[in-house]
Structures are given as structure tokens and as C-alpha cells.
Design a protein around this ligand. Structure first.
Ligand code: IMP
Ligand code: MG
Length: 183
């Protein structure tokens, strides 16, 4: 079995890059269809969403699409701290625009709920959420992502932007914490 090790933790293959890319193209086609005639602002949530945002944004076929970046952090090690803080803010005027927030993963949903609440204060015409991964069983808020790449169980994963304390974001595939760590 292929495996990678970070900080003494072993991870096994979960989602291959080919499968991720194919799914991103499907999401991009749906967004292209839904956002025709609007001037959408894609908002990539750093750090984790950068590979997903790059691939999704390039696959969207909307002439007026723009992208911007915001940086948030709510995680330490392999579990949520529950504390959501905004590290780097938004400079664009989003009033009257459709904002499509791009996240790597929605886990408890606290990060995204907080961000959507903040964005709505600035009177956008619509806020949509695109997330590569969604852990419905971990959800603790009433946010509902509009575009979901993959619904997954509440296991800890790394790769394709997702990290373990800053590491493993550059892995092209997504890997899951080996079941051997469950005992
Ligand atoms: P939430 O606020 O609990 O929804 O957490 C969202 C953030 O937690 C994501 O943007 C990720 O940075 C991080 N996160 C959640 N689950 C995982 C995981 O399985 N691996 C790595 N990071 C994760
Ligand atoms: Mg993140």
C-alpha cells in the first residue's frame, strides 16, 4: 500500500489527482451556467484553497469573472480549534456583486459561516460557497455549500492544498490518515 508520513502520522491514498480534476471541471461547468450574465468575484480562502481555486477559476468560462484572496485560519494539528480569525482582509467592493467563496473543505462550517456573515454585511447581491470537500457529519452550523466536489466522512485528510500544520499542501493527490491511528 502506498503511504506518506508527516510528523509521525501515516496517510494512505484517498482521492487521485485525475479524479479531483475531472470533478473540478464539472463544478466549473455548473458555475459557468449559473453565473451567466453576472460579474462574479471568486474569493479564494487561503491558504488551503489555492490549488482548487487555481484549477476551478481557470475552468470557469465567464469573461467578467475576477478573483481575490482572503486568509483565514481555524485549525491546529488535526482538529478544529473552533476559533476563527481573519488574518488578511478583503479590499474589493463587493456591493451588488455575486461572490463565490472558494474553500478547500467545510468541516464544522464555522470558518465559512463566519466569513459569509462578514461578507453579507457588505451587501453583495449573492454569496455562494464552492468547496472541494465537505464533511456533512462534522457540520455544526447551518451553512449549505452550493458547489461540493466530494462529500466525505469526518476523517482527517491532507494534500491538494490541505495541510497538517503547514505541511503536505503540495501533494497532487489527497491522502487520509491511516486507520491504524484510530486505536
Ligand atoms: P471548519 O471551520 O471546521 O469548517 O474548518 C475549515 C478549515 O479547517 C478548512 O479550511 C481547513 O483549513 C481545515 N480543515 C478541516 N478539515 C481538515 C482536514 O481533514 N485536513 C486538513 N485541514 C482541514
Ligand atoms: Mg482552510
Amino acid at each position: 500500500m502506498r503511504q506518506v508520513t508527516y510528523k509521525g502520522l501515516t496517510f494512505v491514498p484517498y482521492l487521485e489527482n485525475d479524479k479531483i480534476q475531472a470533478r473540478i471541471k464539472e463544478l466549473a461547468a455548473k458555475i459557468t451556467e449559473d453565473c451567466k450574465g453576472t460579474r462574479p468575484l471568486f474569493l479564494c480562502v487561503l491558504n488551503g484553497a489555492f490549488p482548487f481555486a487555481a484549477d476551478l477559476f481557470r475552468a470557469v468560462q465567464l469573461e467578467d469573472a475576477e478573483i481575490s484572496f482572503i486568509r483565514l485560519k481555524s485549525y491546529e494539528g488535526t482538529s478544529s480549534t473552533g476559533v476563527v480569525k481573519e488574518v488578511l482582509g478583503l479590499s474589493e467592493d463587493i456591493a451588488g456583486r455575486t461572490v463565490i467563496v472558494i474553500e478547500d473543505i467545510v468541516d464544522t462550517g464555522k470558518t465559512i459561516a463566519n466569513l459569509v456573515g462578514d461578507l453579507k454585511k457588505q451587501n453583495p447581491s449573492d454569496v455562494k460557497i464552492a468547496t472541494l470537500l465537505f464533511k456533512p457529519e462534522s457540520l455544526q452550523t447551518d451553512v449549505k455549500p452550493d458547489y461540493v466536489g466530494f462529500e466525505i466522512p469526518s476523517d482527517f485528510i491532507i494534500g491538494f492544498g490541505l495541510d497538517l500544520d503547514g505541511l503536505a499542501r503540495n501533494l497532487p493527490d489527497i491522502w487520509v490518515l491511516s486507520p491504524e491511528h484510530d486505536q
